[in-house]
Design a protein around this ligand. Structure first.
Ligand code: T3D
Length: 258
């Protein structure tokens, strides 16, 4: 049987590919738990500097596998706490940048996964649907937290209530993704982007991610205090010394040390 998550490494970039192609990578528990484990393994692996989550075939992730719900012996609440919620917490808490590389349709919890990355790269033919209301469920896996922060309450409500498909050019305009690449070159373009990100100062980016995540729910005073605290950690790190030295020597900084 095919593995539900494909793992591949190239130039400090670990790519985790959701691999249930015939169902547009709809998520069963095996996929969700394996993806969470693989993210933690990538975080602990010093050879990895950036993690990419993408989908095999023409879909990114069609959300919960609807053939896998009945008879699973868990309430919805238990299921979310067992599978999706640890996954989203792991992505947001990862010390390394996570790229959601949205190669095709992202629906339901798949849409949440598309929004959860630190960077969201889309193929031209990708789309996002807050599909939950089609089956009379509540948006989950972080969608109710991510989407209104990106597009405001009212647009989020409309997208969720009508389950309308958001295409790439609208996603870019709405701030649901950072870049859109042609379908034909998407995987190479994602790899090139990820490799560029991998040359950036890993320790400083880890602290940046921590500060931004905290700032999303903090006051300005709290953000200023945390910045002051984290800046000490960044300033004491060799990356900072290298950055300043490189600037003075008029050369590119070398933030990757073997
Ligand atoms: O704890 C809990 O369980 C609650 C958690 C909930 C989280 C959620 O994600 S709820 C939302 C679940 N997802 C959906 O409702 C999406 C259902 N799928 C669709 O609406 C459409 O498939 C898409 C809009 C995503 C794509 O449409 P299209 O026309 O491009 O493809 P298709 O023909 O509908 O799908 C292709 C195949 O994938 C098809 O199988 P077949 O007929 O070729 O054998 C289809 O049944 C299968 N598929 C797509 N999505 C799912 C799925 N199979 C199982 N579960 C799916 N979610």
């Amino acid at each position: 049987e095919q593995p539900v998550i494909l793992v591949s490494d190239r130039s400090a970039v670990r790519t985790l590919t959701l691999n249930r192609e015939s169902k547009l990578n709809a998520a069963n528990d095996d996929l969700l738990l394996t993806l969470t484990d693989e993210l933690k393994r990538a975080d602990a692996d010093p050879s990895v500097r950036v993690v990419v989550i993408t989908g095999a075939g023409r879909g990114f992730c069609a959300g919960q596998d609807l053939g896998d719900v009945s008879g699973r012996g868990m309430t919805f609440t238990e299921h979310l706490n067992h599978t999706y919620n640890p996954l989203v917490r792991t992505i947001r808490g990862l010390s390394k940048p996570v790229i959601s590389a949205v190669n095709g349709v992202a629906a339901g919890a798949g849409a949440s996964l598309a929004l959860a990355g630190d960077v969201r790269l889309w193929a031209q033919g990708a789309s996002l649907i807050e599909v939950f209301s089609n089956i009379a469920l509540v948006p989950d896996s972080g969608s109710t937290w991510f989407l209104p922060r990106l597009v405001g309450y009212h647009r989020a409500f409309e997208l969720m209530a009508l389950a309308e498909k958001v295409r790439a050019e609208d996603a870019l305009r709405l701030g649901l993704c950072e870049q859109v690449f042609p379908d034909e070159t998407f995987r190479d373009d994602v790899q090139a982007y990820a490799e560029r990100l991998a040359t950036r100062p890993a320790h400083a980016l880890k602290l940046t991610k921590q500060a931004l995540n905290a700032a999303l729910t903090s006051t300005l005073d709290q953000a200023l205090d945390l910045e002051a605290e984290l800046q000490q950690l960044a300033g004491d790190h060799w990356e900072h010394e290298e950055g300043v030295t490189a600037f003075k020597q008029k050369r590119p900084a070398q933030f990757v040390r073997s």
